[in-house]
Design a binder for this molecule. Structure first.
Ligand SMILES: Cc1ncc(C[n+]2csc(CCOP(=O)(O)OP(=O)(O)O)c2C)c(N)n1
Ligand code: SF4
Length: 259
């Protein structure tokens, strides 16, 4: 199938994990809507036969919020890059979490702006090189799982392209969850991140994911020194809280009754 992603890009693997999760849940295709912003990750809906929306950079969650409010019966899934969600769309991200609106967001985290040729994103680790940080990034990157949990998301998980099957399972759980669910999917951009940072080819980057991802159980047994540079995968957090579209429907009924 012709596609725009570079050979070895992790985004196709992450998209495959999303599709398998939807398939396993046997959702009616017409009841699924996939919304994205702009960037390499955000081209994913172009390959899907659901209701799809390719929107503007950073605004996928704003469009998805409007869609979900108008059509609460739809399963709305947002797919977008780390730059899209955490930089220009950062404000929409924290407020979607705070509202606990029933959307599932999958962040294709390649730690860089891929489509525009490798500028820093809020996920570029300190010290890494980008076109906008030729001497090494001096900013600290977000921990998106901490950020979304603190902002009010009721389901938070992290997976990686290397662990595609587990990632798909996490996305499946996130879609089933009622409320705002967030899955960070660590993906590789060999073209602009791997090559520039001398991490190597796509297989080298996948090997890096294999050796640097640890489960929460394993992480608990490791010292801070042993955890340095590693990242935790698996379900990070799940809780229940009032969901926004239900609260809105309740308010609407109350006002219709004049109360
Ligand atoms: C309003 C606006 N600002 C900037 C851009 C340019 N732009 C297109 S893609 C992109 C970065 C995408 O990075 P990310 O969201 O991390 O996705 P990736 O391409 O890495 O998958 C930018 C800045 C744009 N299209 N619209
Ligand atoms: S630039 Fe990077 S993220 Fe974009 S398609 Fe190529 S490898 Fe993938």
């Amino acid at each position: 199938m012709p596609h725009l992603w570079c050979p070895g890009c992790g985004h196709g693997i992450v998209l495959g994990a999303v599709v398998r999760a939807i398939d396993r849940l046997s959702l009616d295709k017409d009841k699924v809507a996939v919304v994205s912003g702009i960037g390499c990750a955000s081209r994913a809906p172009g390959y899907l036969d659901f209701n799809t929306l390719h929107t503007t950079h950073g605004r996928a969650l704003a469009f998805a919020t409007g869609l979900k409010l108008a059509r609460p019966d739809l399963r709305v899934i947002v797919v977008a890059g780390d730059g899209d969600l955490a930089a220009i769309g950062g404000n929409h991200l924290i407020h979607a979490c705070r509202r606990n609106i029933d959307l599932t967001t999958v962040c294709f985290n390649n730690e860089i702006y891929g489509m525009t040729s490798g500028q820093c994103s809020p996920m570029t680790p300190t010290g890494k090189v980008a076109t906008t940080a030729p001497f090494g990034n001096i900013e600290r990157n977000f921990d998106l799982c901490d950020l979304t949990r603190a902002a009010g998301a009721t389901f938070v998980a992290r997976g990686a392209a290397y662990y595609a099957r587990a990632l798909s399972g996490l996305i499946e759980q996130a879609i089933k969850h009622k409320g705002f669910s967030f899955v960070e999917a660590v993906s590789q951009c060999p073209t602009y991140y791997g090559r520039r940072n001398k991490i190597g080819t796509a297989p080298d980057m996948l090997e890096w994911q294999r050796t640097h991802a640890v489960t929460a159980e394993k992480a608990a047994a490791l010292s801070p020194e042993e955890m340095a540079g590693k990242f935790i995968i698996g379900k990070y957090f799940e809780t229940e809280a009032p969901e926004y579209t239900e609260e809105y429907a309740r308010l609407s009924e109350r006002l219709k009754g004049g109360r």
